[in-house]
Ligand binder design. Structure first.
Ligand SMILES: NC(=O)c1ccc[n+]([C@@H]2O[C@H](COP(=O)([O-])OP(=O)(O)OC[C@H]3O[C@@H](n4cnc5c(N)ncnc54)[C@H](OP(=O)(O)O)[C@@H]3O)[C@@H](O)[C@H]2O)c1
Length: 321
């Protein structure tokens, strides 16, 4: 699959390297609003063509799929344009800034027969398959509570899209995507209700705390934000054991992915996993394996985040429809 890249931001460099090192995948062009930046990135990343303007990139015959790494509010417009141009899509998380937009993206991909994946790479790690198997096999007993926290400490530059609500900034879409997505992945469904509170700074939510209530007396607490040191952990607490992971969004640099099962007697089992979640994600998009479960996960996550927004606005517990 020959990819064109839309956007030249921070995450692009890493994903381009992952695409270039995935079997049967090639990066043929990179598009920017500025030709200079496109050329600079193409030189840096070893990509053959630099293109001015995203639409021009979509019109190229040597581009079969696009990787969209723009600020969140632009994901829907460019994903729908890519689908109309017949290009498969790997779109950065969050898929969109609203459930309505996310559904519109999915409908456009369906209409134009192109494949769609949001770039939530942790879902594609082999370790994640093991989590799912342990939970389904009852290894933890009955699941009661899920906790998840994702944060990093960052005094952003004033023009950062994460500080711009219009561009989909703030920690809810950016990092709540991981914590709420984790809760949805573990339970396999959406919560019945949510309640949320946030610390706002510079016009965007900087830190979020939320409670999620699921059927069958399962609860989750999630925390995320930009004002505490890097965290990317979860605990899934069951009636007989807990599953704990401190690097679920991306393994720590130069260390294998890891997790632990703690039982009621204090016995701890450590597990380590190799392999690149990003390459596995890219390879899945480039293959013909069904992707519907990832789309359902993304749409459900989008619904949870929207309910969290409503809870912040209303200062009330919000029921999901
Ligand atoms: N999966 C992950 O681990 C991960 C990690 C970080 C970020 N992300 C996601 O990736 C996306 C991009 O994040 P990033 O941190 O890479 O962003 P970034 O560094 O700000 O780059 C975004 C790029 O979008 C383009 N752009 C187009 N219109 C823009 C506008 N109005 N304002 C700013 N940029 C604009 C720019 O490229 P040109 O000007 O060259 O066209 C810019 O370089 C976000 O959705 C974010 O949540 C994912």
């Amino acid at each position: 699959m020959r990819f064109g890249v839309i956007g030249t931001g921070r995450i692009t460099r890493r994903l381009v390297a992952d695409m270039q090192s995935t079997d049967n995948v090639e990066v043929t062009a990179i598009g920017s609003r500025s030709l200079d930046r496109a050329k600079w990135c193409a030189d840096q990343y070893g990509v053959a063509s630099a293109v001015e303007g995203y639409q021009s990139l979509l019109e190229r015959d040597d581009v079969e799929a696009v990787y969209i790494s723009l600020p969140p509010s632009l994901h829907a417009h460019w994903s729908i344009a890519a689908a109309a141009a017949g290009k498969h899509i790997l779109c950065e998380k969050p898929l969109a800034i609203s459930t309505r937009q996310a559904i519109e993206i999915a409908e456009a991909c369906d209409r134009h027969h192109v494949r769609l994946l949001d770039a939530t790479a942790w879902l594609h790690h082999e370790r994640t398959d093991t989590f799912a198997a342990w939970i389904a096999d009852g290894r933890l007993g009955k699941i009661g509570h899920i906790s998840a926290a994702v944060s990093f400490y960052q005094p952003f530059q004033s023009n950062d899209h994460r500080l711009d609500l219009e561009l989909g900034g703030g920690c809810i879409l950016d990092l709540g995507w991981y914590t709420c997505g984790l809760a949805r992945f573990v339970t396999g469904r959406n919560p019945r209700a949510v309640w949320a509170d946030a610390v706002w700074r510079q016009g965007v939510p900087q830190r979020l705390s939320a409670i999620l209530w699921f059927d069958d007396d399962v609860t989750a607490t999630v925390s995320c934000g930009y004002d505490t040191a890097t965290r990317k952990w979860f605990e899934v607490a069951g009636s007989t054991a807990s599953l704990i992971c401190d690097d679920f969004t991306r393994p720590w640099a130069d260390r294998p992915a890891r997790c632990w099962i703690h039982d009621a007697s204090g016995k701890v089992e450590s597990h380590k996993f190799e392999g690149s979640q990003e390459r596995r994600m890219i390879a899945r998009l480039a293959s013909d394996v069904p992707l519907g479960a990832y789309l359902t996960q993304a749409l459900d996550t989008q619904r949870i985040l929207e309910a969290i927004d409503h809870s912040l606005e209303s200062k009330q517990r919000v029921e999901l429809g």
